[in-house]
Design a protein around this ligand. Structure first.
Ligand code: SDX
Length: 430
């Protein structure tokens, strides 16, 4: 029998037909847009565990199978055969570029890698010990004060220029945030370097001596960018879409996304995970932390574990785990205690009934910190690197929303459980 095209909702003596929308892949969607108008009821879904906020053509996740596709291409193939700027083109324009299209795109991005010289003064207002994420939220938001010719969201050309500027300048600004936090001078981009090499050069070179980026490490850095590039309607992407739905300029929207990503339940988990692995310290202490993670009276959670969508291995964690072995081997780091704890923790957790029953697996943040620390980044730079990588996903999703003729301002309702209407009481009567 053909699949039903509507669902019937019965409330008291009334029935309401809800259209069923069919995806290319994934669960069917009940269209409830007319429900409030017809039945005078809201749906209730804090955390949006069962709610599709939009339709999208960009990224697909199958949480049960542990699959992730960018524009239909599996993440494993992109991580292995593509590179980040090509993935940026794919996410922004929908298809893999021809050689000419790639050259043109790379040229446009490369020509925007420098920031307005006055932005250097902006950093000087921050305390030296400011977290680089605080700096990035501030500086990216401030870009709308420097680039007035790409803030009009109704002008497709300005939307395009804003997208290119953000992709091109995020590495420069992230590197500046890092340099500022360690008291070293800012390093200008070198346009003959590829995207990942340029970022590493801006982070690790100093005027006093030449710095050559190891191509194998740059390749690993580029792969980390690709693995973090987009991820459907996660919290920070939803933040960018909601901010964009009010007509806010693209720089303000990305600053909102960076702020949301900072939380330890989201992009801040990579920093929290490495700090947790360091706190565990040795393999013999793992049972103590597993017990704490299972103890409902203890707020402790295993950072880098669990996911709202993946109820199987996060495919990005698998690639990241292989990359961790490669990078540490490349750097001659053997018997890294943090990696040993991570691997043993993963093994023990995946054999534990609690984690099996709740389908908790390592996510993208579980191994990334080990690689980044081995490369020389401090933990405070882990989430800025996630933000740098995710900027293209945020921009692609923002452009998709702005270009959607159905787009309207996002404005959820609520289940009001406060006081019923009451009259003001004079203080003498209280
Ligand atoms: C990212 O959404 C995305 O796509 C995000 C992301 C992206 O690319 O944009 O993939 C990036 O943010 C990855 C997630 C990084 N966060 C962490 O590693 C922090 C640790 N993880 C948890 O905080 C948690 O798993 C979340 C926030 C990731 C998911 O939370 P959910 O979906 O709200 O699930 P939940 O908290 O309701 O957990 C379900 C159950 C709960 O137990 P019960 O209340 O049912 O008894 O599992 C438990 C939780 O207590 N649980 C954990 C756990 N994660 C969930 N218990 C111990 N350790 C954990 N890590």
């Amino acid at each position: 029998m053909a699949d039903a095209t509507t669902a019937t909702l019965k409330i008291n003596d009334s029935e309401y037909e809800l259209p069923i929308l069919r995806p290319t892949q994934g669960p069917n969607v009940l269209d409830i847009r007319k429900l409030y108008g017809q039945a005078d009821v809201f749906t209730y879904d804090p955390g949006f565990t069962s709610t599709a906020s939009c339709d999208s053509t960009i990224t697909f996740i199958d949480g049960d199978k542990g699959e992730l596709w960018y524009r239909g291409y599996p993440i494993e193939q992109l991580a292995d055969q593509s590179h980040y700027l090509e993935v940026c083109y794919l996410l922004l324009y929908g298809n893999l570029p021809t050689a000419e299209q790639m050259d043109d795109f790379e040229r446009r991005v490369t020509r925007h890698t420098m920031v307005h010289e006055q932005m250097h003064n902006f950093f000087r207002g921050f305390r030296r010990d400011a977290h680089p994420m605080a700096t990035m939220v501030g500086v990216i938001g401030a870009m709308s004060a420097f680039y007035h010719d790409s803030t009009d969201i109704n002008d497709p050309w300005q939307r395009e220029v804003a997208a290119i500027r953000l992709i091109a300048k995020m590495p420069t600004i992230a590197a500046m945030a890092y340099k500022y936090s360690i008291g070293q001078p800012f390093v200008y981009p070198q346009n003959e370097l590829d995207y990942a090499s340029n970022f590493m050069h801006m982070c690790f070179s100093v005027p006093a001596e030449k710095y050559n980026v190891d191509p194998a490490l740059a390749r690993a850095m580029d792969r980390i960018f690709t693995l973090h590039a987009d991820h459907e309607q996660n919290a920070s992407t939803s933040t960018v879409r909601l901010a964009g739905s009010s007509g806010a300029n693209p720089f303000a929207c990305i600053a909102a996304g960076i702020a949301c990503l900072w939380g330890p339940a989201h992009g801040g988990a990579n920093q929290a995970c490495l700090e947790m692995l360091r706190e565990i310290g040795t393999v013999d202490r793992i049972p103590e932390f597993i017990a704490r993670a299972k103890d409902k009276s203890d707020p402790f959670k295993l950072m880098g574990f669990g996911h709202r969508v993946y109820k199987n291995f996060d495919p990005r964690a698998k690639v990241m785990k292989e990359s961790a072995d490669e990078v540490l081997d490349l750097l001659g780091i053997h018997d890294n205690p943090t990696l040993q704890v991570a691997k043993e923790l993963e093994k023990i957790a995946l054999e534990d009934e609690y984690f099996i029953e709740k389908k908790l697996y390592p996510n993208v943040d579980f191994y990334s910190g080990i690689i980044l620390e081995a490369m020389g980044f401090p933990t405070s730079m882990f989430t800025p690197i996630f933000a740098l990588s995710r900027t293209v996903g945020w921009i692609a999703q923002w452009k998709e929303m702005i270009g959607d003729p159905q787009a309207k301002i996002g404005r959820p309702r609520q289940l009001y459980v406060g006081e019923d209407k009451r009259d003001y009481l004079d203080v003498a009567a209280r």
